[in-house]
Design a protein around this ligand. Sequence first.
Ligand code: GRF
Length: 196
Amino acid sequence: MLNIAVFASGRGSNFEALQRTLSEKNIPAAIVTVISNNSSSGVLALARSFNIPAFHISQRQFSDEGSYRKKILETLSTFGVNFIVLAGYMKKLDAEIIRAYPQRIINIHPALLPKFGGAGMYGMNVHAAVIAAGEKESGATVHYVNEQYDDGGIIAQERVTIASTDTAESLAAKVLTIEHRLLPEVVRQFSATIKD
Ligand code: GRF
């Protein structure tokens, strides 16, 4: 059984798509907690509406890195987390947390990595850069998380065609539709292979 922690900073549509798919398709995986670094993020309220324990944990609440990291690790351990999904999490995960979950942390990125990834490539910046580069296609990537931004091994990608009339906003909407399918599908595959 996968006991998943979702880390997110924003509205949480990927969290919601994952939560709905897991329960509707009877996948042996559950989101057991949600952690956000942003107290006003929609994802916290959304998670609570599904009765999922959701926490605002931000570095600013702690005087040092170590206690911040300890709080996150303790929360993960309290809920028996054995798999982590980053879904729009705008903060780099601490290296010790990454090392505590080897090959068990994935991220969804709204472009075809390795293109359009790295520092500063988040949210609408990604889609604006793709449009500005005159790309003919974009898509979504699910990848393992390592200590660099958007750099871990690619697990799955799905593509969309970019029309000449597309804007960053219309492209974001197209890619989001794909994200909502791709992320749950990848988690389903992990749930079939990870048995602990
Ligand atoms: C998604 O586009 C995701 O790929 C990116 O951040 C966005 C989060 O959207 N990493 P939401 O909060 O899941 O709606």
